[in-house]
Ligand binder design. Structure first.
Ligand SMILES: [Zn+2]
Length: 309
């Protein structure tokens, strides 16, 4: 068994996870955000009844592969703390840490809808977008600890300046929004639930929740139709690139927007129309593990399973 913690900006979810994916001793405690000793203390206390048992952590952040320092925008107390090494010293147990979106993809590859697939790109469509890439049952480590972040790079951008003219953001077919990562024009600026609402406003729609926009779209409302046409076009283009590059044969989708079945079906169809290898089989599939994905993915860290052909 493995001790697992899924750490977000609000709660630390904790469980003992067994090799077959069963969980017990589930607990949730508030995440200490501004107090590093309290943060460490909370994890030490959760693990105390199982001395020597490894602790695996899924976190809403990125661990630098060189320094072990965690970059987690919502958990400021982790700044400059090499968390795994610190916890290992403090508790005398093996500690492994990975990004929570990577753990989600890993969990779906081992226990969920992507079981049996070698190349798995997991997508989270929530308030923002995220992703994780799993190859042969393992997370693919990336530059600076980052892999699968398909939402962040400027793609929604105005055309370049021509004939000595300055680039003008008003020439863009879609709005040029500044992203939380500091770059302007990321796919994330139009992709998640909040971004969809802002995109709808920009396209001339009324202030509405993403759920209401999607309901209007399904009811045939032309304004919502325009918003979703823009959304689907950019999202499908982004995902088609990802699939061409990663060779993913399945894309588990989680997050709030994944509950909109018609949206995921439409995105799947649009993606399959844009990739190099046409396939009649849906690539986008709703994730199977729900809120357990972080814990279950953390449990799979360090496993060296090669998926058999
Ligand atoms: Zn960004």
């Amino acid at each position: 068994m493995i001790l697992c913690a899924d750490i977000g900006g609000s709660f630390i979810d904790f469980a003992v996870v067994h090799p077959d994916g069963r969980t017990d001793h589930r607990r949730a405690v508030p995440t200490p955000l501004d107090d590093a000793p309290a943060f460490i203390g909370a994890l030490v206390a959760l693990c105390a009844p199982w001395p020597g048992v490894p602790l695996h952590i899924a976190i809403a952040g990125v661990e630098c592969p060189d320094t072990g320092i965690i970059r987690a925008a919502n958990i400021p107390c982790l700044q400059s703390l090499p968390l795994a090494a610190h916890l290992q010293r403090e508790t005398g147990r093996v500690v492994r840490i990975a990004n929570d979106a990577d753990c989600f993809a890993l969990a779906e590859a081992h226990f969920g809808v992507a079981k049996g697939h070698r190349n798995v790109f997991g997508v989270i469509l929530g308030t923002g977008i995220g992703g994780g890439f799993v190859l042969d049952g393992r997370i693919v480590p990336g530059l600076g600890g980052v892999t699968g972040e398909w939402g962040h790079a400027p793609v929604v951008i105005p055309p370049p300046a021509l004939h000595g003219q300055d680039a003008d953001s008003t020439q863009s077919l879609v709005p040029l929004f500044r992203c939380g990562c500091g770059i302007s024009g990321c796919l994330d600026t139009i992709a998640g639930a909040r971004a969809l609402e802002r995109l709808h406003l920009w396209a001339g729609g009324a202030p509405q929740t993403s759920r209401a926009i999607l309901e209007s779209w399904q009811a045939g409302d032309p304004q919502a139709g325009r918003t979703l046409a823009i959304w689907l076009s950019y999202m499908a283009a982004g995902l088609a690139h990802v699939i061409n590059v990663t060779g993913s044969t399945i894309v588990p989708v989680a997050g709030g927007l994944s509950n909109a079945h018609a949206l995921i079906d439409a995105l799947d169809e649009a993606v399959r129309a844009r990739i190099l290898t046409p396939t009649a089989t849906p690539l986008l599939r709703r994730a199977a593990l729900g809120a357990d994905a972080g814990l279950l993915g953390a449990a799979c860290l360090g496993l060296d399973i090669r998926i058999q052909d």
